[in-house]
Ligand binder design. Structure first.
Ligand code: DLL
Length: 435
């Protein structure tokens, strides 16, 4: 995958009207492909009394049924594919912690598309041909490693395919090879920074200057923390395997203010997850995505469960694709604590950067009679560990801050340094003792 990426400025700065007419033509193709080639879609469209020819304007998409993760599980492993399995060159799968994994497949054309969109995303992050890219996303069934790898190669970068783990060695490689770009989950990047500090390596003296961070929710407070600890510009990358993998939306390094959603290849909607009705632009809702150019696995109105807002405000960088603003979390990660909805990332925004507190945390959820109880476990900063008494005082302070800023009543424990598990990929933010 080393063909050079041709920076396609026209595609990224297309006037709104052109984006929409391209989307109309491409949604039609996706609906036809899905209806004619995937029995699941034919059945669902027939049940809903709609056919591809009913789609004439973008609003008509609302007449078509949603697709959900269980549709992929119910058709495990290859039942949702629109192309014969023999014509696929790659299969990825989710880890499947609950039940069967979900399997996604790619034709050679899909790999080309993914590679181009990841090259576009890396360029949007500020990576340049000739850069060394330290790729600490996990390689394997997870799409992060190979997705970033192919895209960075296509942009003309030298990729270090280090994957996740072996953190001491990651620090040595960053030092010896001098990568300018690092790709990792934000929680793993923080782990690398912590290990570097322990090894006496000052990351600010290294060339690393761009962090392409995603695959899990993170807050602006965490951005500040990462930019400070790794001395780089941190940008957000979004994607999901059911739709493509990483490279569905990318924050530009110019504005660092939300992720350009690549609208020439996907149609984005936001809906109220309860009523399933569309929410107005700018309001929080569940992101729903229709693929426009995928061959093996066309997705019609896929409910991502990710909560975000769409923004059509012009961006400083000149790209015209609308942005999705920070993903607060998945609606299945949302907890209801004494009637208040809360996502881990909201609490993260309060505790990261607080003096005396390290940016490592976990939610512990348990049943307290009829109520769900939340305990937030955090760590004292290494230079402020103190004794149990001072940690308890800090915990009280934090409990009040969370109550006043997030509105949730919880217990807080400030633990010793190293007590919260460190991540090497996607951080486990919730430990649910009820399960
Ligand atoms: O996480 C793909 C990816 C790899 C994205 C590397 C970015 C970087 P999945 O394993 O299928 O794919 O998980 C997708 O992760 O529905 C979100 O809940 C979450 N997620 C991904 N990116 C972000 C982000 C990859 N930037 C699921 N912010 C998605 C918040 C994210 N959550």
């Amino acid at each position: 995958m080393t063909d050079t990426y041709m920076y396609d400025c026209d595609a990224e700065t297309m006037p709104r009207a052109e984006i929409e007419s391209l989307q109309i033509a491409r949604v039609k193709q996706t609906l036809e492909r899905a209806y004619n080639k995937v029995p699941h879609y034919k059945k669902r469209f027939d049940e809903a009394g709609v056919a591809p020819e009913d789609f004439k304007t973008l609003d008509d998409i609302r007449r078509f049924p949603f697709t959900v993760k269980t549709d992929l599980r119910d058709n495990y492993p290859f039942g949702m594919f629109a192309e014969p399995r023999e014509s696929l060159v790659r299969l990825h799968a989710s880890s499947g912690t609950t039940g069967k994994p979900t399997v996604v497949g790619y034709t050679p054309g899909d790999i080309e598309l993914w590679t181009d969109l990841m090259a576009r995303s890396m360029a949007c992050a500020g990576a340049l041909p000739g850069d060394i890219v330290h790729n600490a996303y996990g390689y394997g069934l997870f799409t992060g490693g190979l997705g970033a790898h192919y895209g960075a190669e296509r942009l003309g970068c030298s990729v270090v395919p280090v994957s996740g783990g072996g953190t001491e060695r990651q620090v040595v490689l960053l030092q010896d090879f001098g990568a300018r770009v690092i790709c990792a989950t934000p929680s793993y990047a923080l782990n690398i920074a912590e290990v570097a500090a322990r090894q006496g390596v000052d990351l600010c003296e290294l060339p690393v200057s761009i962090g392409v961070f995603g695959a899990e929710p993170w807050s602006d407070a965490m951005r500040d923390e990462l930019e400070d600890k790794l001395c780089l510009k941190a940008v957000d990358i979004y994607g999901l395997s059911e739709i493509l993998g990483p490279g569905v939306a990318m924050e530009c390094h110019v504005a660092q203010d939300g992720l350009h959603a690549w609208e020439d290849h996907f149609l984005f909607e936001t809906i109220d997850p309860e009523t399933l009705e569309p929410v107005p632009e700018g309001e929080p809702g569940e992101l729903v995505i229709t693929t426009l150019t995928k061959e093996a696995l066309p997705m019609v109105r896929y409910r991502t469960r990710d909560i975000t807002r769409l923004s059509g405000e012009p961006c400083l960088c000149g790209r015209t694709h609308r942005r999705i603003l920070r993903i607060t979390g998945r609606d299945d990660d949302m907890l209801i604590i004494r009637g208040v909805n809360v996502y881990p990332s909201q609490v993260e925004a309060v505790l990261v950067g607080l003096p005396g507190i390290a940016p490592h945390y976990q939610f512990v959820v348990s049943q307290d009679g009829p109520m769900t109880a939340l305990r937030v476990e955090v760590e004292a900063a290494p230079d402020a560990a103190g004794d149990a008494g001072s940690r308890n005082a800090k915990a009280d302070e934090l409990r009040h801050q969370i109550k006043s800023l997030v509105g949730v009543t919880c217990d807080v424990a400030v633990m010793e340094v190293g007590a919260v598990p460190r991540s090497e990929g996607k951080a486990v933010r919730v430990r649910d003792l009820r399960k």
